[in-house]
Design a protein around this ligand. Structure first.
Ligand code: TRP
Length: 411
């Protein structure tokens, strides 16, 4: 097993997996958008979900990207449809969203930066929906608190630096004029039995309805701008939403095609697979963390694949496959394949110590965060920074028209 296995009891539903005290047997694990439990077998999960591992050919055809080469994003749905549109220069879109129930962490940037790099490489339209309604329903939090996180998260999403000409950001409660009527139309095809089967029992009818909202997100680029292949890069726990969307899209006569998906592994939590901090939660690194905090957190908490003593390490070497600082480099923070391979080789041979490997990870992560934070601090007022990314009046009208919803009360 060379992949870090996230085990999680995550109700936080981030892309960061957590360790859980009661580890069920290896083949017993749960992955839904609302619960990740047990040791995730990523290959088995694809059989369960009915998604396909990415082929070498597909990886070659996507814009060149360490996250794909290294199979951080390792599976998909209808990837070929999307690639055909890219190759023939036809319109194509990406949707990847955020549930704003807390500060954003390192794990959250993977799909966002993937979307940005694809946009730069092939001109993809990118939609980033924020499901504040979902998080209000799923968490013990007031709308006020979710609203504050929504604003903070929007700053982080804007700091990614998407092209405003080709990017739209929507917030469910703020853009309900367009989202709600479409969600209602889709909800007509969604039975409680389906929701139960896909998500397990939900606590409220609000959460039972929400899949229709996320299905709306995934169809929005096509409703605004016409039928086109749409790719949804997400951590694999979000695949059920994609599946439900594909089902309801097929049942409805909307002028859209089913969205495809690019499914990612969970960035391991800092305390690593099979480890558990007393609070139950490993500290995670927030996108606004300053370099000293990042360094301190990694030095104290990162699980390593090093040996118990210096002597042993020099003699037998460390194991990069379970070393969390190395895995962070591999997942996202070291772009250069040769450098990454050299680090792995030096670690295996015992030339590189765990503490030294941690310092390399600290250097790459703080370098990334400093650039992100600089762009974030230049944003100024949120309203003004967000404005160029909001749906225009015309785009709203088009989406409602395509969904067969009359706008307003005029006859
Ligand atoms: N449900 C996602 C989460 O909890 C956030 C989200 C909303 C999303 N809409 C989306 C993700 C569309 C991908 C695509 O993290």
């Amino acid at each position: 097993m060379t992949e870090p296995n996230g085990t999680s009891n995550s109700t936080d539903n981030t892309s960061t997996a957590r360790s859980s005290e009661s580890n069920p047997a290896d083949d017993e694990f749960t992955v839904t958008p609302y619960a990740v439990d047990g040791t995730v077998d990523y290959a088995k999960l694809l059989e369960r979900f009915g998604a396909d591992p990415l082929t070498d050919d597909q990886i070659d055809r996507f814009p060149d990207q360490p996250m794909l080469r290294r199979r951080t994003f390792y599976a998909g749905r209808d990837a070929d449809r999307y690639l055909e549109a890219v190759e023939s220069d036809e319109p194509h879109a990406i949707v990847t969203g955020r549930g704003p129930s807390g500060p954003m962490h390192l794990g959250h940037v993977l799909p966002l930066y993937l979307a940005k790099r694809f946009q730069q490489a092939t001109g993809a339209t990118v939609y980033v929906p924020l499901s504040d309604d979902e998080k209000f329903l799923a968490k013990e939090q007031s709308f006020e608190s979710i609203g504050a996180y929504t604003r903070e998260n929007l700053r982080d999403i804007l700091a990614v630096g998407f092209d405003p000409e080709r990017t739209r950001i929507v917030v469910d409660t703020a853009d309900s004029d367009v989202i709600y009527p479409i969600a209602v139309r889709l909800a007509k095809h969604l039975t409680p039995a389906t929701v139960d089967a896909v998500y397990g029992q939900q606590d409220t009818v609000g959460l039972q309805f929400y899949p229709a909202v996320q299905a709306t997100h995934l169809l929005l680029p096509q409703l605004v701008a016409g039928r086109q292949p749409t790719l949804v890069p997400v951590a694999v726990d979000q695949d059920p939403h994609v599946r439900v969307c594909r089902d309801v899209a097929a049942k409805d006569a909307l002028p859209v095609e089913k969205p495809g998906a690019l499914l990612g592994r969970f960035l391991p939590s800092l305390d690593g697979p099979g480890k558990m901090s007393s609070s139950g939660d490993a500290p995670s690194i927030e996108l606004t963390a300053d370099p000293e905090t990042v360094a301190e957190t990694i030095r104290t908490h990162a699980y390593t694949g090093g040996r118990a003593t210096l002597e042993e390490h020099r003699e037998h070497g460390g194991d990069p496959a379970v070393d969390v600082p190395f895995q962070y480099l591999r997942f996202f923070f070291e772009n250069d394949d040769e450098r990454l391979e050299r680090i792995a080789a030096d670690y295996r041979s015992g030339d590189l110590l765990s503490g030294e490997l941690k310092e390399i990870a600290i250097d790459r992560i703080t370098g990334f965060l400093t650039a992100h934070q600089q762009r974030r601090s230049k944003l100024g007022s949120l309203e003004e920074a967000l404005e160029p990314y909001r749906l225009t009046e015309q785009e709203r009208r088009r989406a409602l028209e395509r969904a067969g919803v009359p706008s307003g009360l005029e006859s």
